[in-house]
Design a protein around this ligand. Structure first.
Ligand code: SF4
Ligand code: FES
Length: 161
């Protein structure tokens, strides 16, 4: 993975409900962006794809209205881990890839895209993009958190897409 580290910033952070993941929310006029820091695998698709919206040196690090909502959505769909998600103002949902695809990275991550239901111990979450832990070492099961062999510098999910 690259050295990029998403996750700074001062978006509106919903207080996590018991057993629920911590998710930051960045509200815009055309699109609202949400970010789940524990799922970020630093593939840097966001900062490379739309630096005017995603800037790690700025607070908040996400400015949803700094580009057209369609562009923001397009770049967020490149985020392999699903750490970044979006909600357009018109209420539409992110279209899942069809057919669903599953790939195993060289270091064991399971890279999945499609219309997904992921069981995480507290229930089921609807997802369109996930990187699941295939090695058993992650502390954020079932999602990969780079605790295992996947932390190697030559491991880059973004490059495999
Ligand atoms: S594209 Fe997703 S996984 Fe990669 S740095 Fe951005 S938020 Fe993290
Ligand atoms: S595959 Fe990344 S922590 Fe297990």
């Amino acid at each position: 993975m690259s050295e990029a580290t998403a996750g700074g910033g001062s978006g509106t952070e919903r207080p996590p409900e018991a057993g629920k993941p911590r998710i930051k929310e960045y509200e815009g006029e055309g699109v609202t962006v949400t970010f789940e820091p524990r799922r970020c695998l630093h593939a840097a698709e966001c900062v490379r794809g739309l630096p005017e919206v995603f800037d790690l040196s700025r607070r908040p690090w996400v400015l949803p209205d700094a580009a057209a909502p369609e562009r923001v959505a397009e770049v967020i769909r490149r985020c392999p881990s699903g750490a970044l998600r979006y909600r357009p103002a018109d209420g539409t949902a992110e279209p899942p890839d069809a057919p669903t695809t599953v790939r195993r990275s060289a270091s064991g991550q399971l890279v999945v895209r499609g219309d997904l239901r992921v069981a995480d111990g507290d229930g089921e979450r609807r997802e369109t993009r996930v990187v699941l832990c295939g090695c058993g070492a992650s502390g954020n099961q079932p999602y990969c958190d780079h605790s295992g062999p996947c932390a190697e510098p030559d491991d880059d999910v973004a490059e495999e897409r």
